[in-house]
Design a protein around this ligand. Sequence first.
Ligand code: DC
Length: 231
Amino acid sequence: MNKITIAIDGFSSTGKSTLAKQLAKKLEYVYVDTGAMYRAVTLYAMENGFVEDGQIDKDGLIKDLDSIVLKFVFNPHLGFAEMYLNDENVERKIRTLDVSKNVSQVAEIKEVRTRLVALQQDMGKDKGVVMDGRDIGTVVFPEAELKIFMTASPEKRAVRRYKELLDRGEDITYADILENVQKRDYIDSHRETSPLTKAEGAIEFDNSDMGLVQQFERIYEHVLRVIEKNQ
Ligand code: DC
């Protein structure tokens, strides 16, 4: 069977990673969460004095990029790969609201993007990969056989994120989360380098009112058709 590349883009908390993980598991493909990479660089910036009063010292961070080593290590108990920053497992640390508040500013930096895009292209060079992010279908793999663009209303997305963070014991309010979702939507889709847009040929999927099972069934059917067409 020829393997394909599946590129999933969309706004934050649209369920991209849930879908990507489900697809990767079913197809026995590799899953790459590119948001985790931008989050890990952001964590590095926060832990190394490059963030002050919500402002990123971009020049300082750029100079330090060579000191940042990112690696995904597969966790067989969880069934997916976890993010390591300089040999430390940072899966939990990168999912906090504090990191979410700074990550869009880091993701705007051209030098950061160039580096991460090169790593992502290398991870997907043999196909058989499901990659999710904001620029996968437009920049990282514009030739992907299947591109999916996910959307959902900001309110629905904020509720999902709010529940997730509450479950993890974070002390947050729904209003804070909604504000962060809307702010990131704006920055992610208006930045100069690789703004979030629907890639040419992408299928758009709005899951505001759809359950996970129904969503997976609909998309998986489509995936099988694309795989068949590429044999
Ligand atoms: O998917 P996420 O919410 O974990 O992503 C975190 C941030 O990283 C998001 O606000 C935008 C940025 N990002 C990006 O610019 N390009 C990607 N390919 C993935 C994420």
